[in-house]
Design a protein around this ligand. Structure first.
Ligand code: HEC
Length: 289
């Protein structure tokens, strides 16, 4: 019985994906053609502007709510009295509590951590790897002699970023890819974004570029442009998602084995993903379905 239900569920899920696959463009095929970050962003933005004419680019931070007036009204209602405000306050306590060496995160980070999140991830030449916001927070902990937080722990790392990212609210995303080393990691992130994965054999680009605006299992798929601006997000207004937790969810959705939160694969993916939101304003902690 359970087996039959599962099979039915699989079939339904498959049908949903088949329906949206109708709109699949050349996305997966272009993955191997080299392209520079500015051209990539401009060409994806142009595709969206043709599909959603007259939309100011700043509206893209709303994600799927941009394309759904009723959902947008619901979003505005929830954001007016956001149920996760007490959680953000708990994050503020974590942020303000001095570390073992007596310093705070604000002492440890440039400009007290202000207007920082929108410049991350960035490529660190000395370490020859992509550094995320979470990694900088853990670096502060390490230097102070504290244990690092797990990247998939909502109660510590999640809440800490929920407060710390508010210090960058309003800044415009400015993620740079300046050197050959940086470019190699961006290319790796781009390749993953375009790679078909999982039992469903779907790539990120197929949903969040080719099929953005279409409905899948009663959810409107958001355009990738703007997606990097509003983390962490709160699904149902109560469950926190960092970027890597959301990537994990999408990989599970296509029945792929997700990479671990904080892994190099996800760092590179986040790096590529963030550049597509360059120029858009940050707002930490938003409601999502
Ligand atoms: C089968 C389609 C599908 C695939 C493939 C997919 N996603 Fe998603 N994704 C969704 C849906 C549906 C949602 C929830 C609705 C929305 O906000 O787009 C979502 C949400 C997201 C969000 C949150 C957007 C927001 O504003 O809240 C991000 C970020 C994201 N996906 C990134 C990715 C990445 C990166 C990949 C590749 C690893 C990926 N997705 C693959 C369907 C997909």
């Amino acid at each position: 019985m359970i087996g039959r239900l599962r099979a039915a569920a699989r079939k339904a899920a498959g049908a949903g994906l088949a329906a949206i696959a109708v709109g699949v463009g050349a996305g997966a095929a272009i993955a191997d053609t080299p392209i520079d970050p500015d051209t990539e962003r401009a060409s994806i933005v142009r595709r969206f502007q043709q599909r959603f004419p007259g939309r100011p680019l700043d509206d893209y931070v709303l994600g799927a709510f941009m394309l759904n007036p009723a959902g947008r009204a619901h979003y505005d209602d929830i954001m007016a009295f956001a149920p996760f405000l007490p959680d953000i306050e708990r994050g503020r306590v974590l942020w303000e509590t001095p570390l073992k060496d007596g310093r705070t995160y604000a002492d440890c980070l440039p400009d007290g951590g202000r207007n920082l999140a929108g410049r991350l991830p960035r490529y660190d030449e000395a370490e020859a790897r992509v550094v995320t916001f979470e990694m900088l927070l853990n670096r502060c902990r390490r230097e102070a002699g504290e244990a690092e937080y797990r990247h998939d722990d909502r109660a510590t790392m999640g809440l800490l970023t929920a407060w710390a990212r508010t210090l960058s609210d309003g800044m415009r995303m400015d993620v740079r890819v300046d050197t050959p080393g940086a470019r190699a990691k961006w290319d790796a992130g781009r390749a993953l974004f375009h790679r078909r994965i999982g039992q469903m054999n779907f790539a990120c680009v197929q949903c969040h570029v080719d099929n953005a605006g279409r409905t899948m299992r009663m959810e409107i798929i958001s355009p990738v442009v703007g997606q990097a601006t509003h983390f962490p997000l709160w699904r149902s207004g109560e469950t926190l998602y960092t970027p890597h937790m959301r990537f994990t969810r999408c990989m599970e959705q296509v029945r792929a084995q997700p990479f671990p939160a904080g892994s190099e694969a996800f760092n590179n993916l986040e790096y590529y993903h963030a550049t597509l939101s360059n120029g858009l304003p940050l707002q930490a902690n938003v409601y999502r379905r």
